[in-house]
Design a binder for this molecule. Structure first.
Ligand SMILES: *Cc1c(COP(=O)(O)O)cnc(C)c1O
Length: 392
């Protein structure tokens, strides 16, 4: 039986099969209306997702990347500015900062959560010079404007100390919650609605995935919400009058219609991912593998939604090849931290600058965690990893 079992890293087909009638009807309804741009489904989704994130406003965006770009633009971040973020993230976090001409300051992570290190942020800022309201990086002359914590893999960054530091230095906080819709920080605070602007992605592999690209900004700030709405239509207000330069960052009506159907199931999918994570944790312990496989540690009081279930393992690359041979999908998120990417070479990052992120890049492996996995499939993953380390 297990000889023929396949465990893909992610399979979206069972989710579609389960909701096919509703999803197809929702798409046909948009087709019948021929209202493709900023229609009723976008408005409805914005309201539902904002409420879910504990935020006053939701502004649908064309992707998570464009949500980040628009958030930075809404805060007027550009040339001469610096934005602090984590080096261990998906490219979009740093890429959007750089695209606006600002300088990303890539800092190291906490080894247990893989999220931005509070200590490194404090250390960087204590080396900056304050001139009135301006915080200047003496090494570059740049003005430090904002902090972008990423809630990696579906778990909150340590927000309270980061928010305190941001407030002390007058920095804006943009939460990159692309992987963490529905996750919570201490005291049941939903991510995205805690900082000045939260950025969500509905890329198909995220916990709430569209049929293509989609994203959203959430905020409690009326002025920022108005600015984000205007930015997503080329800065236009009123029609054909442009007070500032924006872009086409609009969320498609057809994607919103799909997302409204799926959104009703999001809590059940989070619960299934958490069940799968708990199964892995127990099964790795039962197999006596805890010295080899370091399982993810959910922070006390925080709600982890397991967009990815990421373990640390010795011989990571060999294990990945071995699992592929057993038709088990596994992926490396991420093999090269941002400070070592070729496109950021001009920032002067060097190996050894962020040792924890560099170590994570060598040791981590994401295992299949999607909601529809069976216990037999999960057990097969654990058994195969046991075979790899202990000899089949
Ligand atoms: C997915 C992701 C993004 C970008 O979202 P897209 O919708 O793919 O543009 C940004 N940041 C992180 C951490 C992500 O995982």
């Amino acid at each position: 039986m297990t000889e023929t079992m396949t465990v893909p890293l992610l399979d979206l087909k069972p989710q579609y099969q389960a909701l096919k009638a509703e999803l197809d009807a929702a798409m046909v309804k948009v087709a019948a209306s021929q209202m493709f741009i900023l229609g009723p489904a976008v408005r409805e989704l914005e309201e539902q997702v904002a409420a879910y994130c504990g935020a006053k406003h939701g502004i649908g965006m064309s992707s998570g990347t464009d949500a980040l770009l628009a958030a930075l633009m809404a805060l007027d971040i550009g040339r001469g500015d610096e934005v602090i973020t984590t080096t261990y993230t998906f490219f979009a976090t740093g890429g959007t900062i750089a695209r606006l001409g600002a300088r990303p300051v890539f800092l190291d992570i906490e080894p247990v959560t893989f999220n931005l290190s509070v200590e490194r942020v404090r250390e960087f800022l204590s080396g900056c010079v304050r001139q009135g309201d301006v915080v200047r990086n003496p090494a570059t002359g740049g003005r430090v404007r904002a902090l972008v914590p990423v809630h990696l893999f579906g778990q909150s960054a340590d927000l309270d100390p980061l928010l305190a530091i941001a407030s002390e230095y007058g920095l804006a906080v943009i939460e990159d919650a692309a992987q963490a819709i529905g996750a919570e920080y201490a005291h049941s605070r939903r991510l995205g609605g805690i900082g000045d602007i939260g950025c969500l992605s509905f890329f198909p592999t995220k916990n709430l995935g569209a049929f293509g690209d989609a994203g959203m900004c959430v905020t409690n700030d009326d002025a920022l919400a108005a600015r984000l709405r205007q930015l997503r239509v080329h800065g236009m207000e009123p029609r054909y009058y442009h007070a500032f330069v924006g872009g086409n960052f609009r969320l498609d009506e057809i994607q919103a219609a799909v997302l409204l159907v799926k959104f009703r199931h999001l809590e059940a999918w989070h619960a299934a991912r958490q069940r799968n994570a708990a199964f892995y944790n127990r099964a790795f312990a039962a197999a006596g593998l805890t010295d080899r496989v370091q399982t993810p540690v959910a922070q006390p009081g925080c709600r982890h939604v397991y967009n990815q279930y990421v373990v640390r393992v010795p011989q990571r690359d060999e294990l990945r090849v071995y699992l592929a041979g057993r038709r088990i999908g596994a992926e490396v998120y991420y093999p090269l931290p941002m400070h070592l990417q070729q496109c950021f070479a001009d920032l002067g990052g060097r190996p050894g600058d962020c040792p924890e992120a560099e170590r994570a890049a060598r040791e981590t492996l994401a295992l299949p965690i999607y909601p529809e996995l069976t216990e037999a499939q999960l057990q097969h993953v654990v058994d195969s990893i046991a075979d790899f380390y202990c000899g089949a």
